[in-house]
Design a protein around this ligand. Structure first.
Ligand code: BGC
Length: 371
């Protein structure tokens, strides 16, 4: 059994969880600020939430995760809660420093999307010792976290693999595919890769496979150039890319080599990715709705800061390499191709058709009936 995260354990664990949550979940909201200096002081709406995001080259963090979490915290605290924000710009030691600063500044709770899920462990421990609960956001940080929210990341990888197989059809084994995975410091990357391999192994020939340092599009671009020269451009039938940012770098390399019309996968439903899907340069992305993930993080963080139970929000349980049965919220994902742009990102208000179909993409939008 997969030791990291499994719902199978949920039923067995539910009873035990209820007990342990009851032990720490009996505090009542006091209605305004803290009234005593003891560590068990009840918190009202005037809470301070520390938010730590891992990088800013991938669009989602500044464009969606941060503003959505800030909005939800405000909403849940009658406008009184404050979010203190820091972005680690892909630097794990800087992120540890940021946790220290937040502890010094006495935040009531932390929401952390770790650059490096192992390197953050000591900081999580220190926060706990300072009485500050940590919600692991999107990536499963190691150490004594109190809650976790993400998507089912193995399913993300499977969704990508299945879409690639569908796009390849009977050409699946007629050449080689290239696999561009994410950063080894990100536990999600390992799960995307695992899910993708589960679907693809035996059905395609993997010519080259990379773990991409820091998830950087420019590193994916360099690796793709290497793969093209090693395999020969006529031999590549498709590319598994773990996210849209890297797909951008990969597609630039493919175009420079004169390769077109091969399927490339992605993830995040970034605007640039959706536009490449419209123009046909990218085959698919995985749409992970940010709002429910951000809302879950905010709800759990506010509840933890106020000493309330997570029962009504966290219906799942996940094991990390260090911590078992973490109360969790896992949000479902959807494959995004040119056929369902309207039913996904447009319907959910992530983008309007006008955002996607700018002058440059107008003709392509018309062609696929996106208006
Ligand atoms: C996230 C992806 C993101 C990637 C690079 C992963 O942990 O789940 O949405 O594209 O990191 O930042």
């Amino acid at each position: 059994m997969n030791t990291r995260m499994r719902r199978a354990a949920f039923a067995v664990a539910a009873g035990a969880m209820a007990v342990s949550l009851a032990a720490c979940g009996s505090a009542k909201q006091s209605g305004g600020g803290s009234s005593s200096a003891s560590s068990g002081a009840k918190k009202g709406d005037a809470i301070k939430v520390g938010l730590l995001l891992p990088e800013n080259q991938t669009a989602r963090y500044e464009k969606f995760d941060r503003p959505l979490i800030e909005k939800k915290v405000k909403e849940l605290t009658n406008g009184k809660g404050e979010v203190v924000y820091a972005n680690a710009k892909q630097d794990a030691s800087q992120q540890n420093q940021q946790v220290e600063t937040m502890i010094t500044n006495k935040v009531d709770v932390l929401i952390v999307d770790a650059v490096d899920s192992a390197a953050i462990q000591n900081s999580v421990q220190k926060a706990k010792e300072a009485g500050i609960p940590v919600v692991a956001y999107d990536r499963l940080a190691q150490g004594p976290i109190s809650a976790y929210t993400s998507f089912d990341n193995e399913t993300v990888g499977k969704t990508q693999g299945e879409a690639l197989l569908k796009a390849l059809g009977d050409k699946a084994k007629s050449g080689k595919i290239v696999m561009m995975n994410g950063s080894v410091t990100d536990p999600n990357a390992a799960q995307f890769k695992k899910g993708a391999h589960e679907v693809l192994d035996g059905k395609v020939n993997v010519g080259k496979e990379y773990d991409t340092k820091d998830w950087k599009p420019e590193n994916a671009n360099t690796n793709m150039e290497g793969a093209i020269s090693a395999l020969g451009k006529q031999n590549i039938v498709g590319v598994y890319s773990a996210n849209d940012g890297m797909a951008g770098g990969i597609i630039t390399a493919l175009k420079a080599a004169g390769i077109s019309n091969i399927p490339v996968t992605g993830q995040d439903a970034e605007l640039a990715g959706v536009q490449r899907i419209v123009s046909g340069d990218q085959y698919m992305s995985v749409y992970k709705p940010y709002a429910p993930e951000a809302d879950a993080a905010a709800e759990m963080a506010v509840a933890l800061a106020q000493g309330k139970s997570l029962d009504s929000v966290a219906k799942d349980k996940v094991d990390s390499p260090t911590t078992k049965q973490v109360p969790s919220v896992l949000v479902p994902v959807q494959s995004l191709t040119k056929d369902n742009i309207k039913d996904t990102v447009v319907k959910d208000g992530v983008y309007t058709v006008a955002d996607i179909c700018t002058a440059q993409f107008k003709a392509a939008c018309d062609k696929i009936g996106l208006k």
